[in-house]
Design a protein around this ligand. Structure first.
Ligand SMILES: Cc1cc2nc3c(=O)[nH]c(=O)nc-3n(C[C@H](O)[C@H](O)[C@H](O)COP(=O)(O)O)c2cc1C
Length: 445
């Protein structure tokens, strides 16, 4: 899990390591952010704690591909294969995560170097924790990243925006029963990716998706105080229950798009046990950018397959600037007039979050913002090629939506006409451009 990942990162020189003492309050987050949350950083000396902390682990697409043994071209196919071919996990009797078990006098903030990130954040927050729950009816395991506000002692607030999880909890709450949970810290890229498949859409067991992605069964051990299984190789596991009938204020918190999310009452989790390896490494993430690459990658497979039935889609990019959630660039091989508009309708219909989509031809690199700007400038006219859908439901993670509670969605068809006999939309070409070896002209370059 995490330790193998850190070894791989060290070998490749991706991992930055510092032994300078750092503060959990603001300083660590600031260092992570200086690298745009794309550089894995191991903080060996955290002020007031004996535990090391690591952050920025999975914020870089290329590093993530490498850790997952995939590449840019085959990513969509590989992520889809894991979804349609989930593989069994393996339950083992013991594992390193059980080297230390704490059940009494749990004070989360004293035990773990949980960070405070931004000025108006209401408290310290666990930001990289993966929540595990078991479906009360099917016994399937669901994992997802959620943020957890530290409320003092053994109590956390949970922000759970998933309809499936919320419904599971509300159903139990009506019967006066808690929902058992575990929070995993110190995991690898496969475990992270599995957590980002949508429970509501697929209802799949995410431990089985993980096993498929890693090409071998994920090894799990049973918890001490709840009826759940957790990865044997995790660094730290918090066990507990979402308590029925209790709500505490959560937030404000500096969120995904760099604005503060509002304060609201949310359910709380009481932690009943902490499991951890010897010399555990705490896992942190600057909110909320870095792990969102993984969320965006899953959105890309969903978008790709959603479009595939309707147009000849080549590639999709759910962009970084749009929080890996709100904006997408899509390249298609246009076969018929109207394919561009069809692609807009299909994309905007995928989910409430997508706000802006740009459709381009196969000769445009959708990962290069300059290429997108070029295509929109030279191949689109607003009155004909911009489609605006007013007043649709959007995402509350975005303040301009919250102003009215609805969002305008925009699709831009920046594709060429299908028949372009005059060649008006063909790029000017320099013959033999690719054969020019610039070193033959300038030896010092
Ligand atoms: C870094 C990161 C932080 C996230 N934080 C939250 C959160 O605080 N609350 C939430 O409901 N979803 C959050 N998500 C989204 C869920 O993790 C994601 O939607 C989930 O894994 C998919 O499962 P679901 O269908 O059960 O939501 C976060 C995702 C990432 C990548």
């Amino acid at each position: 899990m995490l330790r193998t990942t850190l070894d791989k990162m060290k070998k490749k020189n991706y991992l930055l390591e510092t032994s300078r003492e750092v503060d959990i309050e603001y300083e660590m987050g600031a260092v992570l952010k200086k690298f745009n949350n794309k550089r894995p950083i191991l903080f060996n000396k955290v002020k007031g704690y004996s535990m090391a902390s690591v952050g920025g682990l999975y914020g870089d697409r290329e590093i993530l591909y490498e850790l997952l043994n995939i590449n840019h071209q085959n990513r969509i196919e590989r992520f889809m294969a894991a979804l349609v071919n989930p593989k069994p996990y393996k339950v083992v009797n013991n594992g390193p995560v059980k080297e230390n078990i704490i059940k009494n006098n749990i004070d989360l903030q004293k035990l773990l170097p949980i960070n405070r990130f931004q000025e108006k954040d209401s408290s310290t927050f666990i930001t990289a924790g993966i929540l595990v729950v078991k479906d009360p009816d099917t016994g399937k395991f669901f994992t997802s990243i959620r943020r957890f506000q530290v409320n003092g002692g053994n109590r956390l607030s949970a922000l759970i925006a998933s309809p499936k999880l919320t419904n599971d909890f509300l159903r139990l709450e009506k019967q006066g029963k808690p929902l058992e949970v575990a929070i995993i810290l110190g995991y690898d890229a496969q475990f992270l990716m599995a957590s980002q498949y949508s429970s509501a859409s697929y209802g799949v067991d995410k431990y089985k998706i993980d096993s498929s992605l890693r090409g071998q069964p994920l090894e799990l051990v049973s918890c001490e105080t709840v009826d759940l299984l957790v990865p044997a190789q995790s660094e730290i596991v918090l066990e507990g229950k979402i308590v029925p009938g209790v709500r505490e204020l959560e937030g404000p918190f500096g969120e995904l798009m760099g604005y503060y999310g509002a304060q609201a009452p949310h359910p709380i989790i009481e932690i009943s046990a902490i499991l951890h390896r010897n010399k555990p490494i705490y896992q942190t993430a600057f909110p909320c950018r870095e792990e969102h690459v993984s969320n965006g990658l899953i959105r890309e497979i969903e978008l790709y397959y959603h479009l595939k039935n309707q147009v000849d889609v080549i590639d999709v990019y759910v962009t970084e600037g749009g929080g890996y959630r709100f904006n997408a660039c899509i390249s298609i091989r246009k076969q018929r007039e109207g394919d561009g508009k069809t692609a807009i309708l299909a994309a905007l219909g995928l989910n409430k979050d997508l706000k802006h989509v740009v459709i381009v031809d196969e000769d445009v690199d959708i990962f290069d913002p300059q290429e997108i700007e070029w295509a929109v400038t030279t191949r689109a006219q607003a009155s004909m090629d911009f489609t605006i859908v007013e007043g649709a439901l959007g995402s509350s993670l975005e303040p301009s939506h919250d102003l009215r509670g609805v969002t305008d969605k925009v699709g831009i068809d920046a594709t060429r006409p299908v028949s372009d006999e005059e060649g008006n939309f063909s790029r000017a070409i320099i013959p033999k451009y690719d054969n020019i070896d610039i070193k033959r002209y300038f030896s010092n370059i």
